[in-house]
Design a protein around this ligand. Structure first.
Ligand SMILES: Cc1ncc(COP(=O)(O)O)c(C=O)c1O
Length: 384
């Protein structure tokens, strides 16, 4: 049997990982500033995370949501404490798309409405509703096409207000990434998020903060939406939540009340997933990783801004993007091939940095040296 070939892949086989490093099958070491697409939050194979999962595995790995699972309660308490949303309610699932799917569905149940506002360059996942609020025609199958989604320009307060004025009573939800990831690292303006909050309040719609990529401390705050100083009604989360163990969830404001059977999943919130997720929060707290994300992120952005060839350095904490001019389009590839550094990308010609929140200064410095070296090489060969 062949693999279904949907992923363009790098010709590297990773067999080992530790902290911000990974090693291939030839023993070559790489600096990982991509984190397997923003997933590695506390560092690869963190000893506390490994121990927590191993110990849980010896006890019980899985039972379904038909019995009491105290680990879920512990996780909800810890998540409330670390995120500051102590009065929210937690629903656990398995992936980012599933989290958004559940958030949108819940908003529709809660309001009795069908229409959703989403934004240009958004990415919310591949499942049916999640993909229908994703602004990329290539991902939307005919069966996912719907008139229920209204796409508006990102960060355009006037367009948002006008849309609510004409369709307000039909709008179930507004879904927005605090920092667009797949779309190329675009930060939602604080004032834009505050407008979403007040318009949702005015028209009775649900504000869904997609924090799948920009959440879990990556921006330096637990949710990047927190920079706006207002609360969303539902936050969705996944990637960094399990540090590679598949676990996702939504947290729901207290005014949205649960009903039996409204949401559900077989695997979501299993014992092993909860152990992994608890280990992540314990480490985020203990190692003060959000503070580290602020500090190292600031260093990286300052250094990148000083490199004249790189444009529009942007982002928050350790979610950083910058534009690479066409003549340096091989930069990402060369960083991997020559410097053994993994980075992320977005089209066209955007490099994305999504490292572990524990990224050390010396590794950030090494990256800056390496990127300068590769830029100089590309510039000099273009001149020749
Ligand atoms: C903002 C955002 N939402 C949702 C998703 C979908 O997550 P998953 O791939 O776990 O379904 C992603 C994945 O990249 C994402 O970046």
């Amino acid at each position: 049997m062949n693999l279904f070939d949907v992923y363009p892949i790098n010709d590297v086989t990773i067999v080992k990982a530790k902290g911000t490093y990974v090693w291939d099958d030839k023993g070559e070491q790489y600096l990982d500033l991509y984190g397997g697409h923003a997933v590695i939050s506390i560092g690869h194979t963190h000893p506390h995370w490994v121990k927590r999962i191993e110990e849980q595995l010896e006890k019980i790995a899985f039972y379904s949501n038909s019995v009491k699972i105290p680990l879920q309660v512990q996780l909800a308490e810890k998540l409330g404490k670390v995120s500051g949303k102590t009065d929210y309610q937690l629903f656990l699932c398995n992936s980012g798309a599933e989290a958004n799917e559940n958030a949108l569905k819940l908003a529709s149940f809660h309001t009795g409405r069908k229409k959703v506002i989403a934004f240009t360059r958004s990415f919310h996942g591949r499942t049916s509703l999640a993909v229908s609020v994703t602004d990329n025609k290539n991902y939307i199958a005919p069966v996912n096409e719907t008139d229920n989604v209204i796409f508006l320009p990102f960060n355009d307060e006037e367009a948002l207000e006008a849309c609510f004025k004409s369709n307000g009573k039909e709008i179930a939800a507004v879904i927005i990434e605090g920092i667009q990831g797949v779309g190329g690292i675009h930060v939602a303006d604080d004032s834009f998020l505050r407008s979403i909050r007040s318009l949702c309040d005015q028209y009775g719609a649900v504000y869904i903060a997609d924090s799948v990529q920009c959440g879990y401390g990556r921006s330096g705050k637990f949710f990047s939406h927190d920079f706006a100083g207002v609360n969303a009604d539902i936050y969705t989360m996944a990637k960094g939540m399990g540090n590679g163990f598949p676990v996702a969830g939504i947290i729901i404001a207290p005014h949205i009340k649960p009903k039996h059977f409204q949401l559900g999943t077989t695997f979501g919130g299993n014992h092993l997933a909860c152990a992994a997720a608890l280990a992540v929060l314990e480490i985020i707290e203990e190692e003060k990783l959000m503070g580290n994300a602020v500090m190292i992120g600031k260093y990286l952005r300052n250094e990148l801004e000083a490199i004249p060839q790189l444009k529009n350095v942007r982002g928050r904490g350790l979610m950083i993007g910058f534009d690479v001019p066409e003549e340096l389009k091989d930069l990402k590839k060369n960083l991997l091939r020559n410097q053994k550094i993994f980075t992320g990308e977005a089209k066209p010609n955007v490099i994305r940095l999504l490292p572990s929140l524990g990224l050390k200064k010396k590794d950030a410095e090494q990256f800056i040296e390496s990127i300068k070296e590769e830029i100089n090489l590309l510039v000099s060969t273009a001149v020749l």
